[in-house]
Design a protein around this ligand. Structure first.
Ligand code: ADP
Ligand code: GN1
Ligand code: MG
Length: 371
C-alpha cells in the first residue's frame, strides 16, 4: 500500500460516497496503528456534518470486501438490538455510509479501498485510563458487546486476518523473523528475543483448550484496546464499540486480555521509561468485575479461571508481534520514530514480567470476582 494518500486521492474518495452537504475540510484523525483515518467535515445547508473516512489497510486485510460484509452485518444486527431496547442506533454502534453506487466501500484507480462512517458526535476516546469508573464502563461495554453477539450467525463471518490470535503461529512468525533477521536488528534486541523464546510453552495455553473443546469459540471483537471505545461527552459513559475489522470467532479471553494490556498498564504502550510500566492490580480488579457484569453470566467457570492467562497471553502475543515487526523492518504497525516497535515490545514484556510477579494476586482477584 502506498504511503500517505495525496489530497487529490482523498478528495476523489470522498466524492464517491453519499454524504450530506458538501465537503469543506479533511484532516488526519485518531491514533490507530492500522488504517488511515480522516475526519471529513461537510457543510449541509449551514449545518456541520462530520464523517470518518478510512483507507483500509489492504496489505493487512487482504479481502476488504469480506471485511466490509462482516462490518455491515454486525452493525445492522447490533442496530436492531439497540432499537429493541429503545437505545439510539445512530450513536451506540457504527453505521456504514454507502457509496453513490450503493456499495459499502469504494475502490479507487490506485487500488485503495475506502469506507465511511458517520462521525459519532459529542464523544471522546481515551488513550489512557483516567479513572477507574471509565475502565469499569469500558469492561461492561466489551463484555456486553460479546454477549449481544452470542447468537450472531458466526458461520457468516469471514476470517479477516487468518489465525489472528492463534498465539502458536504468532510465535512461529516471530521465530522466523529472528532467524531471517533481514536488517541485522536482532543483535539490538537480544534480551527481548530471549524473554520471548523462554515463554514458548505458554503460547499453547489457550489454543490447546480450544482445540480440546474445553473453551468455547464465541463471536469476539479481538481488538479491545481502550481507544476502540467511544465515551459520551455528557454522561461520560462508554457509548460505542468501534474498530470492528477483527470481529470474528475467537475466545472471550482475547477480549479480556487485550483490554487489560492497554488499560491496566500504568504506562503507555510505547513508553521508553520501563520503570513506569506495571500492572495496576486495582484496575485489573475493576475490569474483571465490569467484564463479568457485561458478560452477564455467559462465561464458563474455566473461562473465568483463565482470565489472568488471557491478560498475560494477549500482552505477550502483542509483544512478539511488535518485536517481529521491528526485526523485519516495521512493515505492519505504523511507526512514528526509529525503534518504535522495539519500544512497544519492551513495554509489553515488562508488563508480562510484572504479571508473572503478581500472578497470585491476579488469580485471587478473579476468584473473588467469581463469587
Ligand atoms: P484503526 O483500525 O487504525 O485503529 P479505528 O477504526 O480504531 O482505526 O479509528 C481510529 C480512531 O478514529 C479511533 O480511535 C477514534 O478516535 C476515531 N473514530 C473512528 N470511528 C469513529 C466514529 N464513527 N466516530 C467518532 N470517532 C471515530
Ligand atoms: C492494532 O488498529 P488498532 O490500532 O486498534 C492491531 C491490534 C494490536 C494493536 C496494538 C488489525 O490495533 O491487533 O493489538 O494495534 N490491529 C490489527 O496496539 O492488527
Ligand atoms: Mg482502533
Amino acid at each position: 500500500m502506498s504511503q500517505t494518500p495525496t489530497p487529490e486521492t482523498i478528495n476523489n474518495a470522498i466524492a464517491a460516497f453519499q454524504l450530506e452537504g458538501s465537503p469543506r475540510n479533511v484532516h488526519s484523525y485518531g491514533n490507530g496503528h492500522i488504517n488511515d483515518t480522516f475526519l471529513v467535515t461537510c457543510d449541509a445547508a449551514g449545518k456541520e456534518k462530520n464523517y470518518i473516512l478510512q483507507r483500509m489497510n489492504h496489505s493487512i486485510f487482504r479481502n476488504p470486501q469480506a471485511l466490509m460484509e462482516n462490518v455491515a452485518g454486525v452493525t445492522s444486527y447490533l442496530q436492531e438490538k439497540i432499537r429493541e431496547r429503545n437505545g439510539d442506533p445512530d450513536r451506540e454502534t457504527l453505521s456504514v455510509v454507502k457509496t453513490k453506487a450503493g456499495e459499502n466501500y469504494f475502490v479507487d484507480s490506485l487500488h485503495n479501498f475506502w469506507r465511511v462512517f458517520p462521525f459519532i458526535e459529542n464523544t471522546f476516546c481515551l488513550e489512557k485510563v483516567e479513572n477507574a469508573r471509565d475502565f469499569y464502563d469500558c469492561a461492561v461495554a466489551f463484555g456486553d458487546f460479546q454477549r449481544q453477539l452470542a447468537d450472531y450467525p458466526a458461520g457468516t463471518l469471514h476470517e479477516t486476518i487468518p489465525l489472528f490470535h492463534y498465539t502458536p503461529s504468532r510465535f512461529q512468525d516471530f521465530k522466523k523473523a529472528v532467524a531471517d533477521d533481514p536488517l541485522g536488528r536482532a543483535a539490538s534486541a537480544q534480551p527481548e528475543i530471549d524473554f520471548a523464546l523462554a515463554r514458548e510453552a505458554d503460547t499453547h495455553a489457550l489454543t490447546d483448550l480450544l482445540e480440546k473443546g474445553e473453551l468455547p469459540l464465541r463471536v469476539t471483537h479481538n481488538d479491545t484496546k481502550l481507544n476502540n471505545i467511544l465515551f459520551d461527552n455528557d454522561t461520560r459513559k462508554a457509548l460505542c464499540v468501534i474498530d470492528l475489522d477483527t470481529v470474528m470467532p475467537g475466545l472471550s479471553l482475547y477480549d479480556f486480555g487485550d483490554s487489560i494490556r492497554t488499560g491496566a498498564n500504568t504506562g503507555a504502550e510505547d513508553e521508553t521509561d520501563l520503570s513506569k510500566i506495571e500492572l495496576d492490580l486495582s484496575l485489573f480488579e475493576t475490569f474483571t468485575e465490569g467484564f463479568l457484569t457485561g458478560c452477564a453470566g455467559s462465561l464458563t467457570p474455566l473461562e473465568i479461571e483463565l482470565l489472568p492467562m488471557g491478560a498475560k497471553l494477549m500482552t505477550y502475543e502483542c509483544g512478539i508481534r511488535f518485536l517481529a515487526d521491528y526485526l523485519v523492518g516495521d512493515v505492519y504497525f505504523k511507526i512514528h520514530r526509529e525503534r518504535h516497535n522495539l519500544d512497544r515490545a519492551r513495554t509489553q514484556f515488562k508488563l508480562v514480567a510484572d504479571m508473572e510477579k503478581k500472578w497470585k494476586e491476579m488469580t485471587d482477584i478473579v476468584t473473588r470476582a467469581k463469587k
